[in-house]
Ligand binder design. Structure first.
Ligand SMILES: Cc1ncc(COP(=O)(O)O)c(C=O)c1O
Length: 692
């Protein structure tokens, strides 16, 4: 849908305001430095040079008579409409005032910055989009939310949106239905990680805004930079509520409107047929344990996929899913990314498994040396296990020692898998050489290293997975490792790229001797690498780390393209901000469902995990299986992690949140029954082994 003939003259800012807030009733007229909150909002909006007219849209509830009275006292126009169908209220107000475009501001943002409003309005006109905002990806503080949209877009949403949450929150349909062209305005400095919360939902928010206004009496209007400057001077002003969840009210309303009901089963006839066939020729019916039927709900979940595009996959029966597994993490740009596929097919057309090395190997090595702090030299492999096993061999050769201390999951090779319960086939003597230590527990590592002084070649660990390192932990590990004369290897097969192109080592500022990257490097094409200090890496001239496909060039071409895209676009930021919406949404709705003790999303937003815990009458594995069962039936493919890709767009996130709401409400009801297991439609999913 495209929009023409916009005219600055018809621009109307509609400020929505009502007395009946759920959390802080009457907040809209609460006193802030001698003036009601709504008065601050109006004064700030008036200072925007692009705003010609301001209308307060309130409800026809008698409680809102006081808003009408207040607006009359300061000479601001008011419009009254439906209390709960706010989309209708906006539409009727926009029609009445012949508004086009409409600027939407909510009355609980007294620190709204007029210059931010102007920026979003100008971007709306310049981009020619249907909807411009600064909220699709949060780079501004919460509370500077500005949305600008055409009357045509509003009218279409008004006609078509039928979910209660879409009507209550006005713009979700415009933002997420994929019908409209949307444009996001980003702040020059991404402030998202500071969790600045300048909106008013709770009493503590009001306290914060009052202190800001009391401290900035000379500023009229108050601009974002004034407040940032004030916070630099007086950091203690940061309200106790910063870090609270953005858009919490929206997630709550999604949950309140959700329906508790088991979803119907999908037709999986073709999956079952292929499964029966695969049993005869492929032990375990899969090449990877985590992709196998035992990791899903047998009879309910698909067993075979046939195609994928972006974040979507289709199973052999034609069922469509939003995929949060993404091939077990590699597809950071989604399935069948056009640019990566083009780079690969161009390379294939020129040959890709050569008899001598190819210059692209050097180009990729140089790129990685530039990006990853520990990297001075690089060797390539295909699987993550190639890299971790190569790094372990290099450490043994370099130190002349045999023992390995490990923490996390590191792949299928003997040296590691011997530490797990799936150690069958691994000689005991090999098993005894690798020992585990606990994450975020320096004593556990130090006790292990002290048990065999001078015998450890390396400490290998995932620097981060779904638990973030405690302050000083990674530094402590490095110190202990050095003290014991061992090498520190960071297994960044998962954290690599999801935590930034420099990996977790750059993110946390702790540089290991060696590191391993894989998975996301090739967006699904097989490529991994060991990188590290030249002094250590030169042992690769002596040790045997050599295999036919090590320098296969199509995957190296893929990796170069992936790096190029991640370097030159905001892909990683998009992943993080969409991942945060899922994480926040799930956690808010899980609490609403009373399930906060057993279903909680943890970890970094770019790669988070839904953690299931035992509760009094139900073990976690049952809850997890019920969750995956209900997600799969509703078209979400999940193993309980958010393996985010750039192709998970607003509409997919929105659909997932709606699905989470329905699934959580359904499971919440089942957990109140005496036998929650009776709602299982297949066997309980058991992990292959517990590594993390
Ligand atoms: C942290 C980590 N290291 C190593 C590996 C092994 O990688 P691959 O399965 O590609 O051999 C994995 C695989 O999941 C992993 O998550």
């Amino acid at each position: 849908m495209s929009v023409v003939n916009h005219n600055f003259d018809n621009i109307v800012c509609i400020v929505q305001a009502r007395m009946g807030s759920n959390r802080l009733p009457g907040k809209i007229l609460a006193d802030i430095s001698g003036k009601p909150m709504l008065g601050h909002v109006i004064a700030q909006v008036k200072a925007a040079s692009t705003i010609k007219r301001i209308v307060v849209a309130t409800s026809d509830n008698y409680l809102d008579d006081s808003i009408i009275k207040y607006c009359a006292s300061i000479g601001v126009e008011c419009f009254r409409g439906s209390e709960l169908d706010v989309l209708d209220r906006y539409y009727q107000a926009a029609r009445f005032y012949n508004a086009n475009p409409i600027v939407r501001i909510t009355g609980d943002c007294p620190l709204i910055d007029p210059s931010v409003i102007d920026t979003v309005v100008k971007s709306f006109f310049e981009s020619g989009c249907d909807y411009a905002t600064n909220t699709l990806r949060y780079t501004y503080p919460d509370g500077l939310d500005t949305e600008v949209f055409s009357f045509e877009a509003l009218a279409r949403a008004w006609k078509e949106a039928n979910k209660q949450s879409d009507r209550e929150h006005v713009t979700p349909y415009i933002r997420t239905s994929d019908i409209f062209s949307v444009y996001n305005v980003e702040n020059e400095v991404d402030l998202s990680s500071r969790n600045l919360r300048w909106t008013v939902d709770e009493e503590s928010d009001l306290d914060f805004v009052r202190s800001v206004c009391d401290n900035l009496t000379d500023c009229s209007p108050i601009l974002m930079n004034d407040i940032l400057g004030l916070l630099d001077q007086k950091p203690d002003l940061l309200n106790s509520n910063s870090g609270a969840i953005m858009n919490e009210g929206y997630y709550k309303s999604l949950y309140s409107q959700a329906i508790a009901k088991a979803a119907p089963r999908l037709c999986l006839d073709q999956s079952e047929k292929w499964f029966a066939r695969s049993n005869k020729t492929i032990p375990g019916s899969s090449q990877t344990f985590s992709k196998g039927y035992t990791q899903y709900v047998q009879g309910v979940s698909p067993v075979f996929l046939k195609s994928g595009a972006g974040c979507l996959v289709w199973d052999v029966d034609g069922n469509e899913y939003i995929d949060y597994v993404q091939g077990l993490l590699p597809n950071i740009l989604g399935y069948a990314n056009h640019e990566v596929n083009l780079a690969v097919t161009q390379q294939i057309a020129e040959g890709h498994s050569f008899s001598l090395p190819h210059p692209l190997e050097i180009e990729l090595a140089e790129q990685l040396v530039d990006l990853v702090p520990c990297a001075e030299m690089v060797r390539f492999g295909k699987n993550g296990s190639d890299a971790t096993s190569g790094a372990v061999r290099a450490a043994r050769a370099f130190t002349g020692r045999d023992r390995i201390a490990c923490c996390g999951y590191h792949g299928w090779q003997d040296w590691y898998v011997g530490t797990t319960t799936r150690n069958s086939g691994v000689p005991e003597v090999v098993q005894s050489l690798t020992q585990k230590f606990d994450y975020n527990d320096l004593d556990s590592l130090s006790t292990l290293l002290e048990k065999h002084p001078g015998e450890f070649a390396a400490v290998i660990m995932e620097p981060v997975n779904f638990v973030e390192p405690d302050p000083g932990y990674l530094e402590g590990v490095k110190e202990l490792t050095q003290l014991h004369g061992a090498l520190l290897i960071f297994d960044e097969i998962c954290s690599g790229f999801h935590f930034g192109l420099g990996g977790a080592q750059k993110f946390y500022g702790v540089i290991p001797d060696l590191a391993c990257f894989g998975k996301a490097m090739g967006n699904g094409f097989p490529i991994s690498c060991i990188l590290g200090k030249a002094e250590v890496m030169t042992v690769f001239e002596e040790i045997f780390f050599s295999f036919t496909m090590g320098g296969e060039i199509a995957s190296i071409a893929a990796a170069l393209k992936v790096i190029d895209i991640l370097k030159t676009t905001d892909a990683l930021e998009t992943i993080k901000s969409n991942g945060k919406k899922l994480q926040d949404g799930l956690n808010v709705m899980s609490s609403e469902a009373g399930l906060q003790d057993c279903i909680k999303c943890v970890g970094h937003p770019s790669w988070s995990l839904i953690r299931f815990s035992d509760i009094a009458d139900c073990e976690s594995a049952v809850i997890r299986t019920l969750f995956i069962q209900e997600l799969n039936k509703r078209g979400i493919l999940s193993l309980g992690a958010h393996n985010m890709s750039t192709s998970h767009g607003n509409a997919h996130i929105e659909q997932t949140l709606h699905t989470y709401a329905n699934v959580l409400k359904t499971i919440s009801g089942w957990l109140n029954e005496t036998q929650p297991e009776s709602f299982l439609e297949g066997p309980i999913i058991r992990p292959v082994f517990q590594a993390r």
